[in-house]
Design a binder for this molecule. Structure first.
Ligand code: 3PG
Length: 306
């Protein structure tokens, strides 16, 4: 009997786990759950004799991949796969996949929700501002970026986007203004919503030059990864521009400095929770389980990322 391990430090909603179990039962696979583990070694031990693994932001590092003697596939139930050691997977002949688009709506709703929260002074009762008629720049027009654009339009925002991998025609067919460069995006938009992946090219790429070009009342909204921000530059812009705010799904490494110096000008979720809805869990979790069955039974590698 094939074994599927779900290793989630931040567990899926029960409905999603039930759905994953259902997919496994139908395929005649055994489901093994490792939830809320606190030690990476628990993951390393649990992977020992399973055929497939489903993870979220959990680290499928070299040690994990090598410990999986029967491991054939790792699926990141979500979009970003910067937590999987792709080289280790490839070397060991393990297929790595993600489930693009399955949790995007939850992340997009959180981005706009945090923007409203900050624009209304974190609901402290004082007079705030509205999103209507403000400019927003979508930095990377993928699954989440597209949804943020759509919701922002609902708020009456003036929506711009830049993505080197998406044509202007594709962006503009959604009624979004496509700009020519990342520099142009930051210069023109009061709000910037980040949707770039974290990789060697993008890490620390959000720097002082970009941030300082943003208009008055600038707000950077990060539901992507903290690693894409140059934190020294972020602190510098927070020091130099009292009108600048930073809103992020998970705190930066320099969070203590924010607490000490920039009260009221930032908001960080206590735990990464962009994709933390029952719907997103169900969509991404079940998609991951189905992709595993389709790969193990039929060899389908449609969502392979290595
Ligand atoms: C993703 O890359 O899909 C999101 O960052 C969600 O991550 P999570 O599954 O750990 O909440």
């Amino acid at each position: 009997m094939k074994k599927v391990l779900v290793a989630t430090d931040k567990p899926f909603a029960k409905k999603a786990v039930d759905g994953i179990k259902n997919v496994c039962d139908k395929a005649g696979y055994q489901l093994i759950l490792l939830e809320k583990y606190t030690d990476q070694n628990d993951f390393v031990k649990a992977v020992a004799d399973v055929d497939a693994v489903i993870i979220r932001s959990d680290k499928a590092n070299k040690q994990v991949i090598e410990a999986g003697k029967n491991l054939k596939i790792v699926v990141r139930a979500g979009a970003g796969y910067d937590n999987i050691d792709l080289e280790a997977c490839t070397q060991k002949g393990v297929v790595a996949m993600n489930t693009p688009g399955q949790n995007s709506n939850a992340v997009a709703e959180l981005a706009l929700g945090m923007m409203v929260y900050q624009a209304r002074n974190q609901f402290d009762g004082k007079s705030g501002t509205e999103l209507r008629d403000k400019t927003i720049g979508i930095h990377a027009y993928g699954n989440v970026g597209k949804l943020v654009a759509k919701i922002a339009k609902g708020f009456g925002m003036d929506v711009y986007a830049y993505d080197p991998f998406v044509s202007k025609t594709e962006i503009e067919k959604d009624g979004v203004k496509a700009l020519n460069s990342v520099e142009e995006l930051y210069k023109n938009c009061q709000y910037i919503s980040l949707h770039i992946p974290a990789n060697d090219k993008t890490k620390k790429s959000i720097n002082y030059e970009l941030l300082s070009s943003m208009p008055e009342g600038a707000a950077l909204v990060n539901t992507a990864r903290k690693e894409v921000i140059n934190e020294d530059d972020l602190l510098k812009i927070m020091e130099n521009r009292k009108d600048f705010t930073y809103i992020s799904d998970v705190a930066p490494d320099c969070a203590t400095t924010f607490t000490e110096k920039f009260e009221g000008r930032f908001y960080f979720t206590p735990k990464k929770m962009g994709a933390q809805t029952e719907e997103a869990n169900v969509n991404a979790g079940i998609a991951a389980a189905e992709q595993i069955v389709d790969f193990l039974e039929n060899g389908n590698t449609k969502f392979k990322v290595n």
